[in-house]
Design a protein around this ligand. Structure first.
Ligand code: URA
Length: 229
């Protein structure tokens, strides 16, 4: 697979085997094929400092698609979404809500890890993606939605929510509400699990976790997929 980069306005555009990456994403018929093409994506500059493209994962029959912001340090190294601390918390909360991780598809609005070096030490510090980077990555997310046809899309945090529901969307004000959207029959947003991990006190973390689990139970209720206790 040959990827050619040519300048375009402020950024770059990837051509894969002579075809614009966006067009390839639009016409690809399988997630496996899409993942292969996305592995060579250079539609913005984030690939330069990232280890690899971290594409979405989950059973093709999944009815729920979770969309996060971007892979973190652990995900970048492993090549899988939501396998670091935020992913572990997501798993625990899914379990508490009675949703099997095997029943969901997890992906991100941006598929390369954006980071900067810590002032001291070797840590890689997460940096929020810019609007242009989210936009450059959008064809992959649109193609995942087109192929998965999820019954529920869950936006985790503001980056995913604003990417899919518009810049004025507020997770604080609108979390847990069903949003009318052409993307899927049910679209809903809640907090990102990493925001729960940032809570300073144990009590606050428990409250936020409970609220997150309540949102997940609502989502499970939409599909009536909660397991009987
Ligand atoms: N945070 C995200 O938004 N996505 C991941 O895959 C991991 C952490």
């Amino acid at each position: 697979m040959r990827t050619r980069i040519s300048p375009s306005g402020g950024g770059t555009v990837a051509f894969i085997d002579g075809v614009h990456a966006t067009e390839r994403a639009k016409s690809e018929r399988s997630l496996t094929g899409l993942r292969k093409i996305a592995a060579g994506c250079q539609a913005c500059d984030l690939w330069k400092n990232a280890t690899q493209t971290v594409f979405g994962e989950g059973a093709p029959s999944s009815k729920i698609m979770f969309v996060g912001e971007q892979p973190g340090d652990k995900e970048d190294l492993a090549g899988h979404p939501f396998v670091g601390p935020a992913g572990k918390l997501l798993d625990e909360c899914l379990r508490e809500a009675g949703i099997d991780r095997d029943q969901v598809y997890v992906t991100n609005a941006v598929k390369h890890f954006k980071w900067e070096p810590a002032e001291r030490g070797k840590r890689r510090i997460h940096k929020k993606p810019r609007a242009s980077e989210i936009e450059a990555c959008r064809p992959w997310l649109d193609a995942e939605i087109r192929l998965m046809k999820p019954e529920v899309i869950v936006c985790l945090g503001a980056t995913a929510a604003q990417a899919l529901l518009g810049k004025t969307f507020s997770v604080t004000r609108q979390r847990g509400q069903l949003i009318d959207s052409p993307l899927a029959p049910n679209v809903i947003a809640t907090v990102h699990p990493s925001s729960i991990l940032r809570a300073r006190e144990e009590g606050e973390r428990r409250l936020e976790t409970d609220a997150f689990v309540a949102d997940l139970k609502k989502i499970a209720g939409l599909l009536q997929i909660r397991k009987r206790a």
